[in-house]
Design a protein. Structure first.
Ligand code: MLC
Ligand code: AMP
Length: 504
């Protein structure tokens, strides 16, 4: 047995002297170099004590070294646990403790704050990696051998643990196996017709499924290359289109690109594919993009727990407002919440998924895992329908979730923090249409009559406790929250009442 994911990603790539990554400052890394560098990281991690199955948590800025750390972890048989750089120290402490991470990699600038926290959570080794690619982990890798015998791992062994917040309680770690990632990468390469000649503009963060597995694993599996940008910058992306072929983005990317006068048919004529996902792409954005560039954006649908589930067709019509068809090997059904029966075409219900892409369960949460599976199908929490033509549409969410710029924000987590503030009676957090982020996190707060709270005080109080993107963009004060006869807050009424708040 060898490493299932590593072997799958290598199987079709061909000539190792081909380019894998070009960085923003022009460095060019071949596949052969990536093999050597990831071997050095694997050796360094083993020397640090990482054993097969151990979790390596990492909260670092985007860099090629972080990609090597990902590949090195998997080659060493470890479980990769990337953390959003926006997470605050209390949030990081929870993930490290819950995952029982053996190694934590952080930015050198955060080491003084995070190393004691990590040690208090039982992490044995804390090493660093900065945005410039330097740090103690890098130094250890540089001093290590450039060859490594990949630790044998089978299809069902864990390769990654990705945390996703929940509608109740704390975040859950989604256990992703080697085959979850491998099968999804191959399905995407085939569906999107990736070839070794493709050049992907990589402008997404690499701590979530989209930028890490969809973008990087598909590139590796196809033996193609990517231009690796530290962050999304619309003008830079447009300037690169002349020598790239694919862009993967969240809807906010497309909304911001459309604002540039430099987005023209000529600027985008070298590109063959624009892909959008992680949040709903407005049909209006799809239409506008087609008018401005001549390209139809290909929208797909996925989740942390499942990787990618559906995609609009590469050939054939990419229908605005739909997420297309199940990927090869993946099955979807739409279930009636009342009868629990599968619904027919056009009927709205809960989307459930089955396939090699579906995760193994939530880390150390067997009850939560059991509650989210229904006869072996994973219950997504998304509401949708399958049209008569087979295209799937997502029409809403059965889960209380706001998606802002492609990041998930669970209202319960924000409400808990707001409710704990002095002077707050209760709160309801909702998502309202936002012209840039798709949805804007908005807090509706009932304050005690004697409280002197204002909008800024609430937002400032959340800073340091919650990642910035989770903080409300606006706070509205009300006397009471609307409730139904069961006493449940009627968020739909609040969303209706404040729908124009962000002016879209
Ligand atoms: C940044 N900010 C956000 C935000 N991103 N606020 C709300 N929602 C967001 N998504 C805030 C910051 O906290 C900061 O606030 C201010 O905006 C500027 O920060 P920035 O870092 O300069 O932001 P910017 O670079 O403009 O980032 C916006 C963005 C980024 C859209 C480019 O959020 C992004 O890359 N999103 C992609 C998310 C993603 O990869 N999702 C995939 C999840 S996987 P302040 O107050 O401090 O000034 C998944 C499965 C699937 O969902 O199907 O793919
Ligand atoms: P995450 O937990 O970050 O992986 O987010 C997954 C959720 O993002 C899904 O359950 C959907 O609600 C949403 N999502 C992803 N892609 C799309 C899409 N194309 N359209 C609508 N919602 C999407």
């Amino acid at each position: 047995m060898t490493s299932h994911l590593v072997d799958t990603l290598r199987a079709r790539r061909g000539d190792a002297s081909r380019l894998f990554i070009e960085t923003a400052d022009g460095a060019r890394i071949t596949y052969a170099e990536a093999d050597r560098r990831s071997a050095q990281y694997a050796n360094a991690l083993v020397a640090l004590g990482l054993r097969p199955g151990d979790r390596l948590a990492l909260q670092v800025e985007k860099s090629v070294e972080a990609v090597f750390a990902y590949l090195g972890t998997v080659r060493a048989g470890g479980v990769f646990l990337p953390l959003n750089t926006a997470y605050t120290p209390p949030e990081v402490a929870y993930f490290l403790g819950d995952a029982q991470a053996g190694v934590f990699v952080c930015d050198p600038a955060s080491e003084a704050v995070l190393a004691p926290i990590a040690r208090a959570e039982g992490v044995a080794q804390v090493v660093t990696l900065g945005a410039d690619g330097q740090g103690t982990l890098r130094a250890a890798a540089d001093a290590s051998r450039t060859s490594f015998a990949d630790v044998p791992r089978g299809p069902d062994d864990l390769a990654a643990l990705l945390y996703t917040s929940g509608t109740t309680g704390r975040s859950k770690g989604a256990m992703l196996t080697h085959d979850n990632l491998a099968s999804n990468a191959l399905a995407l390469v085939d569906t999107w017709r990736f070839t070794p000649d493709d050049v992907l503009i990589h402008a997404l963060p690499i701590f979530h499924t989209h930028g890490l597995f969809v973008a990087i694993n598909a590139t590796l599996a196809a033996g193609s290359s990517m231009i690796f940008l530290p962050k999304f910058d619309p003008e830079r992306v447009i300037a690169l289109m002349g020598r790239a072929s694919v862009l993967m983005g969240v809807p906010t990317f497309y909304v911001r690109l459309l604002k540039s006068p430099n987005l023209t048919p000529e600027a985008s004529s070298h590109m063959r594919l624009f892909i959008s996902g992680s949040a709903p792409l407005l049909a209006e954005t799809h239409r506008e993009w087609r008018m401005r560039t001549g390209h139809a954006i290909l929208e797909r649908y996925g989740m942390t727990e499942t990787g990618m589930n559906t995609s609009n067709p590469y050939e054939g019509e990419r229908l605005a407002g739909t997420v297309g068809f199940p990927l090869p090997g993946v099955s979807l059904r739409v279930m009636s919440p009342e009868s629990g029966e599968a619904l027919g075409a056009g009927e709205i219900g809960m989307i459930e998924v089955k396939g090699p892409n579906v995760f193994k369960g939530y880390w150390r949460m067997p009850e939560k895992t059991a509650a989210e599976f229904h006869d072996g199908w994973f219950v997504t929490g998304d509401l949708g329908l399958i049209g008569p033509d087979g295209y799937m549409q997502i029409v809403g969410r059965g889960k209380d979730l706001v998606i802002s710029g492609g990041y998930n924000v669970y209202p319960k987590e924000i409400e808990t923090e707001i409710d704990a503030l002095p002077g707050v009676v209760e709160s309801a957090v909702i998502g309202l249409a936002h012209p840039d982020f798709g949805e804007g996190v908005t807090a509706v707060v009932v304050a005690r009559p004697d409280a002197t709270l204002d909008e800024k005080a609430v937002i400032d109080a959340l800073e340091g406790r919650l990642a910035r993107y989770k903080c409300p963009k606006r706070v509205i004060f009300v006397d009471d929250l609307p409730r139904n006869t069961m006493g449940k807050v009627q968020k739909n009424l609040l969303r209706e009442q404040y729908k124009g708040l962000y002016g879209s």
